[in-house]
Ligand binder design. Structure first.
Ligand code: SAM
Length: 225
């Protein structure tokens, strides 16, 4: 492992905005903030929005800065990536943002029923050969249902046709409702959206930048379960 990564891992241990639950906590269902994010971490009752597979956390940080009256949590397994967002939170003292380093497979270990208002899936891995591992597969949607409010919203932004098509199909199969969808966000739709939504969707993650430069059309959908 590179020296820089080791340095970042050590640094993250010192950050109060980063949680790195171990396996026993997951097995014993003893993550201390489950059901207590409002009371014990954010110290307010504002809505909680989570980004799954957040990478460097551009959406979590971007949304957190725009909306100080909401709380944001980014989750990813890659510590060196999370460090980027977490370091910004530390430097700018952003009190409405936190991070959990974990596999998303365990996401329901960290949130209690109805604790989360919104979920963002940003440029999730398309997993062409392992459809059950897609973060929008039925397996994962059933996990999200355990802690998302009944009227809670899931947003998905991707460059990938396969992931987008399979998401629309899975949502229909689990009885969810697609509220908005476009196969070409910036080409056909963005001008028709209200200004707040345009502003939110204008935040670009690292991977969005990479794929946009290659000329891929960005797809977006918003749905309820
Ligand atoms: C293609 S990157 C996108 C990162 C970021 N959202 C962006 O748009 O730049 C996918 C991210 O999801 C994370 N990821 C994929 N599957 C995961 C899983 N099962 N559990 C935790 N993280 C996962 C990867 O570590 C990676 O950071």
């Amino acid at each position: 492992m590179g020296k820089n990564k080791l340095k970042r891992f050590a640094d993250m241990e010192t950050m109060s905005c980063v949680f790195q639950p171990d396996r026993s906590m997951i097995d014993n269902d003893s993550f201390p903030l489950k059901g207590k994010w409002h009371q014990n971490y954010f110290k307010n009752e504002n809505p909680i929005v989570i980004e799954l597979g957040c990478g460097k956390g551009e959406y979590t940080v971007g949304l957190g800065k725009r909306y100080p009256n909401k709380n944001y949590i980014g989750l990813d397994i890659k510590g060196a990536r999370i460090w980027e967002g977490a370091n910004t939170v530390r430097e700018e003292d952003l009190k409405n943002i936190g991070w959990v380093r974990t596999r998303i497979e365990f996401v329901d270990s960290f949130f209690a029923p109805k604790e989360v208002d919104e979920i963002w899936l940003t440029f999730s891995d398309p997993q062409p050969n392992k459809p059950r591992k897609r973060l929008s597969s039925k397996l994962f949607l059933d996990r999200y249902r355990k802690f998302l409010k009944p009227e809670g919203i899931i947003h998905l932004k991707t460059d990938n046709d396969l992931l987008f098509a399979s998401t629309l199909q899975e949502v229909e199969e689990v009885g969810g409702t697609i509220e908005t969808q476009t196969w070409d966000l910036y080409g056909e739709m963005v001008d028709n959206l209200d200004l707040e939504t345009q502003d939110i969707l204008s935040i670009k993650t690292h991977y969005e930048g990479v794929f946009s430069e290659k000329g891929y059309k960005i797809k977006y959908c918003k749905f309820k379960l």
